[in-house]
Write a protein that binds this ligand. Structure first.
Ligand code: AMP
Length: 113
């Protein structure tokens, strides 16, 4: 989608600090980090969010999480990290292209706010 921020990032139209890329996923540093590691992993396919995903998106949603796990392993933060999808405006979703937040490198409280 031409007007989607994360589609434009995947297309290289908006500069980001790229962390990882494969056939189906793209990962980059969050511009407003909430932890020492705060990476966003997005599918290259435009999916609005988790509640809009369908069965055919199961693999890609899983691949985004596995990419996050690989990044966490590479960064040595496996003692504790969190993967988060904010689903809908009430949960803080502000960009309507599905994305997994990978947060780590500090103590993470539970429950999140
Ligand atoms: P959410 O609020 O769950 O939709 O998450 C959207 C995230 O995208 C936020 O954490 C923002 O800081 C991040 N973000 C927005 N614009 C950019 C950008 N141009 N580059 C990197 N991260 C961004």
């Amino acid at each position: 989608m031409n007007d989607c921020l994360f589609c434009r990032i995947v297309a290289g139209e908006i500069p980001v600090k790229k962390v990882y890329e494969d056939e189906h996923t793209f990962a980059f540093e969050d511009v407003n980090p909430q932890a020492p590691t705060h990476v966003l992993v997005v599918p290259k396919k435009h999916i609005i969010g988790l509640k809009e995903a369908s069965a055919e998106d199961a693999d890609i949603v899983g691949l985004c999480h596995l990419a996050a796990a690989q990044i966490a392993r590479q960064r040595g933060i496996e003692n504790g990290y969190r993967t988060v999808l904010n689903v809908g405006p009430g949960a803080g979703q502000s960009v309507f292209h599905l994305h997994v937040h990978l947060l780590g490198g500090r103590d993470l409280k539970w429950p999140p706010g």
